[in-house]
Design a protein around this ligand. Structure first.
Ligand code: ZN
Length: 231
């Protein structure tokens, strides 16, 4: 185990090495808001806990009973999260965000894995803004925030199921006939989410029913916001 890197915290829970933190500040300035962050720097012990939990799940033959409430976690010695250069962000679903992040050196290095669509790694040599002078004024947003459809309290139809997408903890209304979904957000304390959770039974994505409906290992990456994948 090498020494832990020195981490610059942008705000509680959002920290990286100094160059990555500077880049994230520039990226957020270009975005016009704070980016969504599920996880950034993780210390060795925390990553080891996640790694062990994931190994237990793998060794069980991917028994859903043992599925941890996070996505695939690798050993802390090779984890980019422990190196302070990784960011897990649901903004990957925000139109334009992936390209904007890439321009700032944040690359989706695990995009081959359907459950790791949210993982970005800072690659300084790809950061086209690393030599930018510090701006003195705030630049206008270049990316519109995702248009969230207004979701009203309503009963689910017979074709809809309430499913938690475990890697992000987002609660989804999934229409199993149309193969579309609506996100109720990942804030467990939101009123809307609480209302749905109380009034309907819900399942975890990755369970049998999800696999039957959408295929094993599929998720946001195939289903998208209201856009089913071509067969
Ligand atoms: Zn990650």
């Amino acid at each position: 185990m090498g020494g832990a890197p020195t981490i610059v915290w942008l705000r509680p829970g959002v920290g990286y090495t100094a160059p990555a933190a500077a880049s994230m500040r520039r990226l957020e300035r270009a975005l016009g808001r704070e980016h969504d962050c599920n996880s950034s720097y993780r210390d060795y012990d925390e990553q080891m806990r996640m790694y062990n939990a994931w190994q237990r799940y793998v060794n069980s033959g991917y028994n859903p009973r043992y599925k941890p409430n996070h996505s695939r976690a690798i050993h802390p010695d090779t984890s980019e999260h422990c190196a302070g250069i990784a960011d897990d962000s649901d903004d990957w679903t925000t139109p334009g965000y992936i390209d904007l992040a890439a321009e700032h050196g944040w690359i989706r290095t695990a995009a081959w894995d359907p459950t790791e669509q949210h993982h970005f790694t800072y690659q300084w040599w790809k950061d086209q803004h690393r030599n930018d002078p510090e701006p003195t004024t705030v630049e206008p947003a270049t990316v519109e925030p995702a248009e969230e459809p207004p979701i009203k309290k309503r009963k689910l139809t017979m074709h809809e199921a309430l499913i938690v997408h475990e890697p992000t903890n987002a609660l989804l209304i999934v229409n199993v006939r149309e193969r579309t979904l609506i996100s109720l957000g990942k804030d467990p304390n939101s009123m809307l989410r609480a209302w749905y959770a109380e009034n309907h039974p819900w399942k975890f994505m990755g369970g049998e029913e999800w696999d039957r409906t959408f295929g094993k290992g599929s998720g946001y990456s195939y289903v998208g916001h209201g856009t089913p994948a071509p067969e």
